[in-house]
Design a protein around this ligand. Structure first.
Ligand SMILES: Nc1ncnc2c1ncn2[C@@H]1O[C@H](COP(=O)(O)OP(=O)(O)O)[C@@H](O)[C@H]1O
Ligand SMILES: [Mg+2]
Ligand SMILES: [Zn+2]
Length: 207
């Protein structure tokens, strides 16, 4: 058992006079608690060496957040998971939210099956975290209803001063075309764009 949080995944942090609880940044239990997929439990900003701008390497979960934009496999989700750890280390709870699952759970929230509806509602509580890691924005098939759900959610995050870390294959112009001017102007107010380039890390170099 780890000594950091004795396996609970949560630690007490003192912020000024008040005590807060935040995910443990030092072990797998903390990463699990934030909903991060197991593949990324060891992700840390130091994995990127000197390639990261200082503002990213020293980010502590505050506004502005980040839009990590780049091709498939370049390490966007790995960096996003690392930034969740950075936020936790600063005492801010981060939650990992795959866009596809956000849409699925929203739909399940309307289920007539009470157990299904309650489970969906419980999952959706993570949208209220002070830091939200929104993974794979733009891969969802968009419909009028889904667009409406996402636009309203972005509005809520803006109103709550949520720090967003977004991973996406889309660039700013494509995001604007897809989600509209209103969403994009808010996103650009509350995040910084970090284009990520490089090779697909899932493909071995010598093939
Ligand atoms: N800096 C890094 N150090 C170690 N492994 C990395 C790093 N960046 C990415 N990876 C690994 O490479 C694979 C692809 O990265 P991923 O973040 O899933 O890409 P993307 O989200 O851009 O499609 C993952 O298994 C990830 O853990
Ligand atoms: Mg990814
Ligand atoms: Zn721990």
């Amino acid at each position: 058992m780890k000594s950091c949080c004795t396996g609970v995944g949560q630690v007490r942090v003192l912020v000024g006079e008040s005590v807060r609880y935040a995910p443990c940044p030092d072990c797998d239990a903390g990463m699990r608690r934030m909903g991060i997929p197991e593949r990324f439990w060891s992700a840390h900003v130091r994995d990127f060496g000197t390639h990261l701008p200082a503002a990213v390497a020293t980010w502590r979960g505050q506004l502005p957040g980040w839009i990590l934009s780049g091709a498939v496999g370049v390490g966007k989700t790995h960096l996003a998971a690392a930034l969740a750890r950075s936020a936790a280390a600063a005492g801010r709870e981060a939650s990992f939210v795959p866009v596809a699952q956000l849409l699925q759970e929203t739909r399940r929230g309307y289920s007539r099956d009470i157990a299904v509806g309650l489970a969906a509602e419980a999952w959706l509580l993570r949208l209220n975290s002070p830091v939200v890691i929104l993974d794979d924005l733009g891969i969802e098939r968009i419909t009028e209803d889904r667009l409406d759900v996402l636009q309203r959610q972005f509005e809520a995050w803006y109103d709550r001063d949520t720090a967003l870390v977004i991973t996406t294959n889309l660039g700013p112009a494509e995001l604007r075309a897809r989600y509209g001017d209103r969403v994009l102007s808010r996103l650009f107010q509350t995040t910084q764009l970090l284009p990520i380039s490089g090779r697909d890390r899932r493909i071995p170099v010598a093939i």
